[in-house]
Write a protein that binds this ligand. Structure first.
Ligand code: ADP
Length: 354
């Protein structure tokens, strides 16, 4: 079943025809001996668990491990530290990221990436694990197109807006934080018969809104992936008022096209002046806190898989989980596509709030 296609001094391509019928192409460039790990872009709870998994797996295999501080910004500045098993002790339960994260304008430019490459060469780093969102993967793609350092992405973003994986690190924690907060708001909303418009994070993706809205029994969920027909929202509220159904909650993603919770509230208040409308913007609490068991678990699995990938000679992919199995997806696929909102879920929202 193995078909050795091409072999040069240090480069060879093996086409593995797997029994399942999958065909996976592995391009082995150089043996990876020194791995750099970084967290980039928006922070997400569980990033520390992923850093730990990367460092401990690399150490287990006898590789030299390095942490790049402040994402690509630290790579451009040469902010790089050696890491060992001890460096990641007692962090699995901590939110944030011990490596810090940042956004880097310089990395968008060829010169910035060249500077970053020079620093990696100085340390002898010949493999990179990038924990971040689709923007960070775009950066990894640009970098690996230019330089011979294999990059493996680990999806870490509370927004769950990366195609090719069922989960991203941080989403579960963020959505549970939102649910806990919304439950509390429901208590006070009900006590006063107030309508609360709650804004959750999600500039381009409505997953936090969708999941937390369904889980808290929200009347309406407004997300960027759907056109907000505000007249329908008003009609629905007026109709429920006639039926004397108490309506307490509308969950809005920050990137919702009408303009977010404040705009939605203003409009509703205008049209239904008898309603007592309040706004609550959950904001950054959704990024913080100790990661959930689920996020720690997927961070551990993904971090481990990323190092295995580098050892096996895979490159320019990210590790994802589909149907509870690890999957290896080209970086550019995360960048090209977004996850799709399920029609069925939208139907569930409508039916269960009627
Ligand atoms: P996230 O990973 O959370 O989506 P960003 O979109 O802010 O975060 O991306 C993180 C960083 O990745 C950016 O600040 C930039 O340094 C780098 N980056 C993003 N897109 C590109 C690109 N097209 N080329 C080079 N670097 C990029």
């Amino acid at each position: 079943m193995f078909n050795l296609k091409m072999c040069t001094f240090d480069t060879f391509i093996i086409h593995l025809r797997l029994i399942a019928g999958n065909c996976v192409s592995l391009k082995m460039v150089k043996k990876v001996t020194k791995i750099g790990v970084l967290t980039s872009g928006g922070d997400a709870p569980g990033m520390n668990a992923a850093i730990r998994a990367v460092v401990r797996t690399g150490t287990y295999y006898g590789l030299e491990m390095f942490g790049v501080l402040r994402g690509y910004a630290g790579m451009v500045d040469g902010d790089i530290i050696p890491m060992e098993s001890k460096s990641v002790a007692n962090i699995i339960q901590r939110g944030g990221t011990i490596l810090k994260t940042a956004r880097s304008k310089e990395f968008y430019l060829k010169e910035g990436r060249q500077k970053a490459y020079n620093h990696l060469v100085k340390y002898g780093i010949n493999g990179l694990v990038i924990i971040g969102g689709d923007g960070s993967f775009r950066g990894a793609q640009a970098f690996s197109n230019e330089f011979d350092i294999p990059c493996i992405g680990v999806p870490g973003t509370i927004d769950k807006d990366i195609a090719g994986t069922d989960f991203t690190i941080g989403f579960d924690t963020a959505v549970n934080t939102a649910v806990q907060a919304i439950d509390k708001i429901r208590d006070t909303a009900e006590a006063h018969d107030r309508l609360f418009i709650i804004e959750v994070m999600g500039r381009d993706a409505g997953y936090i809104a969708l999941h937390s809205g369904i889980a808290t029994g929200a009347e309406n969920i407004l997300i960027p992936e759907r056109k907000t027909v505000i007249e329908d929202v008003i009609k629905g509220l007026a109709e429920k008022e006639r039926r004397e159904k108490l309506v307490n909650l509308i969950v809005v993603a920050e990137g919702e096209e009408f303009g977010g919770a404040n705009e939605v509230a203003r409009f509703i208040q205008d049209r239904l002046p008898q309603q007592e409308v309040r706004v609550c913007i959950l904001g950054h609490i959704q990024r913080g806190g100790s990661p959930s068991c689920f996020d720690r678990l997927i961070a551990s699995r993904m971090g481990y898989a990323a190092v295995e990938c580098l050892i096996e000679g895979r490159h320019n992919i990210f590790v994802g989980i589909l149907n509870n199995r690890m999957h290896y997806i080209p970086l550019n696929e995360a960048v090209k596509k977004k996850q799709r909102i399920s029609e069925e879920w939208m139907k569930i929202v409508k039916i269960l709030s009627s």
